[in-house]
Design a protein around this ligand. Structure first.
Ligand code: SAM
Ligand code: DTB
Ligand code: SF4
Length: 332
């Protein structure tokens, strides 16, 4: 059966309005129809170029316009990246995601970045990068080097986007996603909840993802990690903006699962401060991927031993490698 890409905002809003148990039940049914429900994909993140970013994303510690106190660093050496990937492989990770605090890569950095991709791929890990905007030529270079996935988040609804980021537009995000698709790579695209958005924004965010010409193969759903010195971190600490409600977060995960049935839905940033019970509800509602390891890009993550204990408690097993091209075919 073809995967639907013609969801309406009204349909998504109606899903949000369902009684919670009914919504989670429907999401769990969808999950079972398309995935092995007892398996969770493990992904590891590495910041290959930290800080000093010219973009002004209101949530991000790496923006040069934040006062997070993070020191800008140079692009890591290829060998150091490969050493981190080998460690991730040894701890059972399936995918290695490399992130750079760039608006877009400079052509002079592409050689090193492509060597990282080729080296990580040769270890038998799935490769993912997030480097900001890409030209068609850069996307093709990454594909040739062996890049399986490109992460580029739309972050929030088109209407809310300008309140969070002013240095680029929502449309520019979509343009890069198209270049990634044209180059033949799989797409990882999601966003953040808990940035002071309304429920209507959460509807608009999921609607934008679920009506892309092809659903992203991976959909990371992040809960804002509040970082002092960032616009949103300070707002959360100093005003009544408040953290996202756990139940509303689970609803968002459930609707991502229902509207994008074949995608991997990743419970991403924000897990560190989430209770085990909330995480368990997310898995029940169809989340089937997490970031493991002690660190995300610049902030703490739950950590391997905590995660292993949680998965054991819930009887969930790490997923075995999924062939990206098969995932892409399945998403059609
Ligand atoms: N510079 C690239 C870009 O923006 O596409 C890649 C790195 S960026 C840090 C990757 C994603 O991490 C962002 O799009 C955002 O969704 C997420 N992220 C960053 N800071 C976060 C925070 N404090 N809380 C939750 N998610 C965050
Ligand atoms: C995504 O959606 N979340 C990850 C990954 N893609 C690159 C990043 C989360 C970053 C959390 C804040 C930090 O550690 O700086
Ligand atoms: Fe730069 Fe990405 Fe952070 Fe935005 S989210 S400031 S583009 S590193």
């Amino acid at each position: 059966m073809m995967t639907r890409t013609n969801w309406t905002r009204a349909e998504i809003a109606a899903l949000f309005d369902l009684p919670f148990t009914e919504l989670v039940f429907r999401a769990a049914e969808t999950h079972r129809a398309h995935h092995a429900p007892g398996e969770v994909q493990l992904c590891t993140l590495l910041s290959i170029k930290t800080g000093g970013c010219p973009e002004d994303c209101g949530y991000c510690s790496q923006s040069a316009s934040s006062n997070s106190g993070l020191k800008a660093e140079k692009l890591m050496d290829v060998d150091a990246v490969l050493a981190a990937a080998a460690e991730a492989k040894a701890t059972g990770s399936q995918r290695f995601c490399m992130g750079a605090a760039w608006r877009e890569p400079k052509d002079r950095d592409m050689g090193a970045v492509c060597d990282m991709v080729a080296g990580v791929k040769a270890m038998g890990l799935e490769t993912c990068m997030t480097l900001g905007m890409l030209s068609g030529n850069q996307a093709r270079q990454l594909k040739t080097a062996g890049l399986d996935y490109y992460n580029h988040n739309i972050d929030t609804s088109p209407e809310h986007y300008g309140d969070i980021i002013t240095t680029r537009t929502f449309q520019e995000r979509l343009d890069t996603l198209e270049e990634v698709r044209s180059a033949g790579m799989a797409v990882c695209c999601g966003g953040i909840v808990g940035m002071g958005e309304t429920r209507e924004d959460r509807v608009g965010f999921l609607h934008a993802l679920a009506t892309l010409p092809r659903h992203p193969e991976s959909v990371p759903v992040n809960a804002l990690v509040p970082i002092r010195g960032t616009v949103l971190g300070d707002l959360l600490a100093d005003t009544p903006m408040g953290k996202i409600d756990d139940i509303e977060f689970v609803r968002t995960v459930a609707i991502a699962r229902i509207t994008m049935p074949r995608s991997m839905v990743r419970l991403s940033a924000g897990r560190e401060s989430m209770s085990e019970a909330t995480q368990a509800l997310c898995f029940m509602a169809g989340a089937n991927s997490i970031f493991t390891g002690d660190k995300l890009l610049t902030t703490a993550n739950a950590g391997d031993s905590k995660d292993a204990a949680l998965l054991a408690k819930l009887g969930l097993k790490p997923m075995q490698a999924e062939e990206p091209m098969r995932a892409m075919a399945a998403a059609e």
